[in-house]
Design a binder for this molecule. Structure first.
Ligand SMILES: [Zn+2]
Length: 204
């Protein structure tokens, strides 16, 4: 892999052989759901992670860096590499300060790293550490975040949900806002629901 120029770094050029377009990421996320027979909502990212042999752990990261929200650590090289304290070869660690909706989304993001940057590239040893706010100028962070969005809030399901909301719910007072309905139906944090509605032009 050649060292990128300063201009390339500033432009956020993807350095790996395989980069992912938004469209490809949406397709990969959907394939992942289909492969796991998990196309139902809300998507249970804990279950998806467990199916990929990940152990979920909750940690107090405040002494390391209070902005860390999650991490993924994978060592698929073989059991001879396991060391004391590192015996779990696939770990997703979550900050213990998050809401369940936030956790579920972050697990989706870590699965993005697994699917796009680990498994998809044949990597056997890698780790990503995620801080809030995410550095979306880093291509891998941007891609993992897109994967989470497409995994938890697929475009087709979002459009169907919005149609149902408009037909059935908006005049019944059950949900004050479309965003509230989307949060409830897909079990996602409000900022992610808003972002997805926004980018799909569904906020009208
Ligand atoms: Zn990340």
């Amino acid at each position: 892999m050649k060292e990128p120029s300063v201009a390339e770094k500033q432009a956020g050029v993807v350095l790996h052989e395989k980069s992912w377009t938004d469209k490809e990421i949406a397709r990969e996320a959907y394939n992942f759901l289909k492969e796991q027979d998990a196309v139902r909502f809300p998507v249970d990212t804990y279950e998806l992670a467990k199916n990929q042999k990940f152990k979920l752990k909750w940690r107090d990261f405040s002494s390391v860096d209070p902005n860390i929200v999650g991490m993924i650590l994978v060592d698929d090289r073989g059991k001879q590499y396991r060391k004391n304290g590192l015996s779990d070869r696939r770990i997703i660690a979550l900050s213990d300060t998050l809401s369940e909706a936030e956790e579920r989304f972050i697990v989706g993001h870590e699965l993005g790293h697994y699917y796009l940057h680990g498994r998809g590239r044949g990597e056997t040893l890698y780790a990503f550490s995620d801080k809030e706010p995410l550095d979306l100028s880093n291509p891998e962070e941007y891609q993992a975040e897109r994967f989470a969005m497409d995994l938890l809030l697929p475009e087709g399901a979002m459009r169907t949900a919005v149609r149902l909301y408009k037909e059935r719910w908006s005049d019944r007072g059950t949900y004050a806002t479309l965003k509230e309905y989307i949060c409830d139906m897909f079990f996602v944090p409000p900022d992610k629901a808003k972002q997805r509605l926004d980018e799909l032009g569904l906020l009208a």
